[in-house]
Design a binder for this molecule. Structure first.
Ligand SMILES: C[S@@+](CC[C@H](N)C(=O)[O-])C[C@H]1O[C@@H](n2cnc3c(N)ncnc32)[C@H](O)[C@@H]1O
Length: 259
């Protein structure tokens, strides 16, 4: 494809959320966040393995495929990007075609990841959590079905940056902790935030970290304010009953093939 043909196709597939250079053509040069997501990636790119030879990657909410393609450039053996939006998936497939990178892009919501029947060395879950009506369920499903080791996570955060030290338990007549700035808080958006009706829940920093831990992801580093590199850990399921609505039961002792 020559530059003129790429320019034409980029325009047909737009508007783009991911700005990428495809054969010298920029896909979203007017992005409201600048050269996005490259400007964000710069802050955490060194927190991921430089050589990903032999590793598998699942990019949930892959959008135009920026992170999927970057992981393939690092030598990942298998990269699968999933998203619910067919327009974004078309963009991602086109970006893969132009760059000559062998990456698969499929339409699949995060709710259906169990259908993949496969665990991945790295799961990327960037910029999706706050677009979900059931954010903790998504993290539980990722932990239960597709994560094997690393999770690269990002969420928009609002509210205090403080992180309060939490006690094991609080008495029923002790309401004060909920008013502490650093107590985990998830802000519900009934109407709109940033003119976007798909924004549902925005955690503060303490809540982001608590949700990750609760779903079984140990935080290894926070290379950027909103970005976390986590590692899969077993979640203890109490013997005396289910610990959450989902999953209703089951032993999650060690990463392995999907059960
Ligand atoms: C803000 S964009 C983030 C894109 C990319 N991960 C990044 O960080 O630049 C959110 C993406 O999540 C996708 N998405 C929204 N709900 C989803 C769901 N239930 N399952 C999978 N993807 C979803 C959207 O279509 C969109 O591409």
């Amino acid at each position: 494809m020559n530059e003129e043909q790429i320019t034409e196709r980029v325009a047909e597939l737009g508007p783009w959320f991911h700005n990428m250079q495809l054969g010298g053509v920029q896909t979203a040069p007017q992005h409201f966040l600048g050269d996005y997501p490259a400007v964000k990636y710069r802050h955490f790119r060194t927190s991921l393995p430089a050589d990903m030879t032999g590793l598998s990657v699942l990019d949930i909410g892959c959008n135009g495929g920026f992170y999927s393609l970057e992981m393939k450039r690092r030598g990942a053996a298998r990269v699968l990007g999933i998203d619910t939006d067919e327009r974004y998936l078309k963009q991602a497939r086109f970006a893969a075609e132009v760059t000559g990178l062998d990456v698969q892009f499929d339409r699949l919501p995060v709710w259906d990841v169990a259908a993949l029947g496969e665990r991945f060395d790295l799961v990327i879950f960037m910029g999706v959590l706050y677009h979900l009506r059931h954010p903790l369920l998504a993290l539980d499903l990722i932990h239960e079905h597709v994560s094997k080791d690393l999770l690269l996570f990002q969420s928009m955060q609002r509210g205090s940056r403080d992180v309060a030290e939490l006690k094991e338990n609080y008495d029923f007549n002790e309401p004060a902790p909920f008013d502490e700035a650093g107590y985990p808080k998830l802000h519900f958006i009934e109407r709109r935030y940033s003119h976007d009706q798909t924004n549902w829940w925005v955690p503060n920093r303490a809540c982001t970290e608590a949700m990750l831990r609760s779903a079984g992801f140990a935080i290894e580093s926070q290379p950027e304010e909103e970005v976390y590199v986590c590692r899969w850990r077993p979640v203890a399921v109490p013997a005396d009953g289910p610990h959450a609505v989902y999953p209703p039961s089951g032993v999650r002792s060690a990463p392995g093939p999907a059960r």
